[in-house]
Design a binder for this molecule. Structure first.
Ligand code: ADP
Ligand code: ZN
Ligand code: ZN
Length: 841
């Protein structure tokens, strides 16, 4: 097999040049045995797929999508069969596919098609796209097995040690065995050495293969009581076990017997020997939501808005027309209820639904709502699941044992036989884009899948992605609006609730004025007062801070001026190490100003804020309050999220201080105050989506207040109160935001008016990274010079905004054009190609 390092080529649509062997003209050279194209797991070889012969014994079994074992050089590897209609090139000897590792296909034919599209669009290898769709637990560990050569061939030619003689006899008895199996009770290292020495002398044969799945199925031993007439006389302890089993209908798990009766396993073993009981092993499901109480819920009576929206979606579901709906509904307008109804219609028609939720929006509350409405039907694919739990959920989906999958972006690859509905909740969320190869966007994959299957897509958000909204505006998606919150039975108008929308009022505080008034605290007087009032009323508050709150930009505390790169109009980043400003788009450098360029003030440096600093300040201000931080540093472990949120829900925390994580989908009736401590930190990130992100965040955060009967208040602190994103968020006015933003995108030539691709490279030594970036940029410019009509522009190279992580340095090059695909095949590994990036930091 060729195993060189040639760069991959981006295939033309419809061609199969990417295949292990280029497809010959059909019928040109009929081959004797059928051939399979196999996508190997992991980064091996230089091709996306390799061709193997299917031995006669497997010919009737092998199907596309199956997990198989194939030889590759000296190794045995697992791979997925992607097609059976390969044809061989003359003169090449093909190797045989070795075994089928799983009797059921792991991918549906639709998914194989989807992977082919994904590999082309996102410029990755087909095997990378294929393996993206499989749970990691499906991997097989390599094993080495030994078997004895026929007796007469060996006889007397070598003298064997006593251990070797013993092992040889064992192998003859067992057929083939692994070193571990043969070692049983002996010195493992000695056994391995003895086997290797015999293998060298060809007394035994050594075969590399694949063993059991890395993650096994979870099983339990069940003990079954035999009918009385067959039972021998029992001891007292044995009688205890028999009574216990009798009480439980005749059977129980061994673990339960052991734990509840304190009876040792040996007792059961003796009972089994005496035929009083029989033991067997059964498969158990690792249920990730077993620890949550199931709260069965009935659908409420729908509002008029919900009826209207569901009529459209219902028509598409019935017609299976593959429509993509953009459901633009304010927080609390009842979007989740729409999803629940659409899911219910889908499963009633015998199809399945995938519900996608941003990683950190996958709160227990969300899961409980679906699990409670559709008991026993939901598979949960959370990123915190163990490999075993994930594998079990995936198996349930594959076997058709459930019909709803809920999870973050990777759940889009749930192998349901007949997908009828795909929901993306909070569709604007950036976690829908994978930031490592393959850098796919879940919305694009969902749309593609809908196109292939007729499934209906619902993209739901209070603040749709500008790209999505633009598509709806142009008629590619169908827009559905829900402009008002579902009225709560106890909700009263007035008392700070704006009448028409019932959304909480937003107060924008100008921090420049606070400074002028002598307030040097990070909290405005308005926010301090509101916190005190909230505590006095025994309500709850959330203080919100951007995750990159400690990001550094230069800002004038008197006039709000922000130092920007003149070429790119993006904020400069302050680097404390070299005391300079740098543009992370074009790599321009500038000295740190000592006076504001606009107003001449010396109060010019501003270094951002972290959650710890905010926590410290609140404790000083309100020593009696119960305060908790909720961010990535604090929330760790499998149930960390649930614990803090459950405590907040029970009212054990007065003030929750958090990052983006608090902005997602939390629904706490006693939260009446939300404070955005520094709206500018996200506004001043050097990314053209900074305004969009800030608007979305502020709007989402604002939606946390006054969800229930109690009216809420939102306070936004900023040095640029006139910014259109802040003004639009304050008025809950998406339309105004979109108008300004789309104009900016058009003027600056950003998506959707151009296509971007981000190329990133990392290295342990910064100079190497920089040089590689310069080299690639030069090569690409040369390529473009030779092709004047392509219309692709190269921006950079420049160090990434987050220039260093895990002791590696990062550099990037941006490509921009109407269509960047023609140039992508020129990009060598290990550059990461991110087509349509959502993050340029
Ligand atoms: P969104 O997903 O748009 O934020 P939700 O679906 O979570 O909105 O609805 C907000 C609140 O209103 C929830 O507490 C939900 O249970 C409730 N709700 C939704 N639809 C109805 C309805 N038709 N009747 C009564 N309550 C509803
Ligand atoms: Zn100034
Ligand atoms: Zn610049």
């Amino acid at each position: 097999m060729p195993d060189g390092g040639t760069p991959r080529a981006l295939p033309e649509i419809g061609s199969r040049t990417e295949a292990g062997l280029p497809a010959g003209v059909a019928g040109e050279r009929p081959s004797a045995s059928p051939l399979a194209e196999v996508a190997l797991a992991g980064r091996v070889g230089d091709r996306s797929v390799y061709t193997y012969r299917i031995p006669e014994a497997l010919a009737a079994i092998v199907q596309p999508g199956m997990l198989v074992e194939v030889p590759f050089g000296p190794r045995a590897l697992a791979g997925i069969v992607v097609s059976l209609n390969a044809s061989a090139e003359a003169g090449i000897r093909l190797r045989d596919l070795k075994a089928v590792l799983d009797p059921l296909p792991c991918l549906t034919p639709i998914q194989i098609n989807l992977a082919e599209w994904l590999a082309k669009y996102y410029a990755c290898r087909l095997n990378e796209a294929i393996h993206l769709m499989l749970p990691s637990g499906i991997d097989r560990a390599p094993v080495i097995t030994y078997s004895a050569e026929p007796e007469d061939g060996v006889g007397g030619r070598f003298t064997l040690t006593p251990l070797q003689t013993e092992l040889l006899a064992a192998m003859r008895r067992m057929g083939s065995a692994t070193a571990t199996q043969l070692a049983a009770g002996r010195d493992g290292k000695a056994v391995r050495m003895a086997l290797e020495s015999m293998a060298r002398r060809k007394v035994v044969t050594r075969v590399r293969g694949l063993g059991r799945a890395v993650v096994g199925e979870r099983t339990e031993v069940v003990v079954v009581l035999q009918p009385r007439q067959f039972r021998p006389r029992l001891t007292a302890r044995q009688q205890l076990v028999a009574d216990y089993l009798q009480d439980r209908g005749g059977e129980a798990s061994l673990t339960a017997i052991h734990q509840e009766l304190g009876v040792d396993r040996a007792v059961i073993t003796r009972m089994a020997a005496g035929r009083a009981v029989v033991r067997y092993t059964r498969q158990m499901r690792r249920d990730p939501i077993a620890h949550r109480p199931l709260m069965i819920s009935k659908p409420p009576i729908l509002t008029n808005d919900q009826h209207r929206v569901l009529r459209s979606i219902g028509a598409s579901l019935a017609a299976r027309d593959g429509a993509v709906y953009l459901l633009h509904g304010v927080t609390g307008s009842g979007k989740t209820e729409i999803y629940l109804h659409a899911v219910s219609e889908t499963i009633a028609s015998g199809r399945q639904a995938i519900v996608l939720v941003p990683e950190i929006g996958l709160t227990p509350q969300t899961v409980d709502r679906f699990a409670g409405r559709f008991p026993g039907q939901v598979a949960l694919l959370h990123s915190k699941l163990s490999d075993g739990e994930r594998l079990d959920e995936w198996q349930r989906i594959r076997r058709g044992e459930c019909s709803i999958a809920i999870g973050p972006r990777s759940a889009i690859f749930s192998p349901f036989p007949q997908i009828g509905l795909i929901v993306l909740d909070e569709e604007h969320d950036s976690s829908y884009k994978q930031d490592r190869t393959p850098c796919y966007h879940t919305r694009e994959v969902a749309t593609r899948l809908a196109h292939m299957t007729g499934a209906v897509v619902i993209l739901g958000s209070a603040t749709p992605d500008v790209i999505s909204f633009n598509r709806a505006d142009r008629g590619a998606y169908r827009l559905l609006r829900m402009a008002t919150r579902v009225r709560h039975p106890g909700a009263l108008p007035g008392a700070g609730v704006s009448r028409e929308s019932a959304l909480p009022p937003v107060q924008v505080v100008d921090m420049r004025q606070e400074l002028k008034a002598g307030n040097r605290s990070i909290f405005s007087r308005a926010l301090q007062g509101a916190l005190q009032t909230t505590l006095r009323r025994r309500h709850q508050a959330i203080l919100f801070l951007n995750r990159r709150g400690s990001a550094t930009f230069v800002n004038c505390r008197d006039c709000g001026f922000v130092a920007k790169c003149g070429r790119c109009d993006l904020p400069f980043t302050y680097h404390s190490d070299g005391e300079h400003l740098q543009c992370h788009r074009c790599d321009a450098h500038a000295p740190v100003p000592s006076l504001c360029a606009r107003c001449g003030s010396w109060r010019i440096r501003y270094f951002g804020l972290g959650t710890q600093r905010v926590e410290h300040e609140v404790r000083t201000l309100l020593p009696q309050a119960r305060i908790e931080r909720y961010d990535r540093d604090v929330v760790s472990g499998k149930f960390g999220h649930e614990m803090i949120l459950d405590r907040f829900a029970r009212g054990e925390i007065d003030i929750l201080i958090g990052t983006q994580m608090v902005a997602k989908g939390l629904d706490f009736p006693r939260v009446t105050l939300v404070g955005a401590v520094s709206a500018d930190t996200s506004l001043n990130l050097p990314d053209f989506r900074a305004a969009e992100r800030s608007f979305a965040l502020l709007t989402q955060v604002a939606g946390r207040a006054g969800r229930a009967a109690l009216p809420g208040l939102v306070i936004v602190q900023t040095y640029t109160p006139g910014h259109f994103a802040i003004q639009a968020a304050a008025h809950h006015d998406y339309a105004a935001f979109y108008r300004d933003e789309i104009r900016f995108r058009q003027e600056a030539g950003y998506p959707p008016f151009s296509q971007l691709t981000r190329l990133t490279m990392s290295a342990a030594v910064e100079r190497e990274c920089h040089e590689a970036a310069d080299q690639l940029a030069a090569k690409l410019r040369q390529w473009l010079d030779a092709r004047p009509g392509v219309g692709i522009e190269i921006i950079g190279p420049a160090p990434c905004f987050i220039n260093k992580a895990d002791n590696r340095f990062f550099w990037q090059i941006l490509l921009r054009g109407a269509n960047v695909h023609p140039i992508l095949s020129e990009i060598p590994r290990p550059w990461v190609i991110d087509v349509d990036p959502v993050n340029l930091l």
